[in-house]
Write a protein that binds this ligand. Sequence first.
Ligand code: FES
Length: 191
Amino acid sequence: MTTSVENAGVSRRDFLYIATGAVGTVGTALALWPFIDQMNPDASVLALASTEFDLAPLEEGQSVTIKWRGKPVFIRHRTKKEIDEAKKTPLADLKDPIARNLNLPEDAKATDENRVKDGNGKVNEKYLVQIGICTHLGCVPLGQAGDYDGWFCPCHGSHYDSAGRIRKGPAPRNLDIPPYKYVSDTQIVIG
Ligand code: FES
């Protein structure tokens, strides 16, 4: 199936509203989820193992949340600042040194490059694709919040950086990267 904005019948303007809203407050984020959820098909489709997504409409600094196998997946077109910050962070500063990228070996290091590598080994540092479930107790973190230009989980105060790596708070692990691969320059298949 294709979970592109156009195919879901949502106009580009609506999409931009969604993406912009994703950087908003707690209330905004909670209000947006049901609306974004409407972009997804019914339960029979959700049971499918893979979801295709078109990254092309996602401009720098914008994010969208889609659903894959019933889970929220955060897709962000990172800014240069976010990429630079993530790349220059020493591994020694990370709480969890493992990439947690299902496309890589279990012991792969949590470098920024390993956080944006797909199942074919392609690295596209602009786009971060990760499962939006806090590794502490499973809340959905807020985007572009917290102390590290990344995600913040308000449930118990976990801060993730711009590569989705846990930096502060009770969460023990980096946000998981789902299995995915590029099927063109802008299309990915998750699962
Ligand atoms: S569930 Fe996220 S910090 Fe506890």
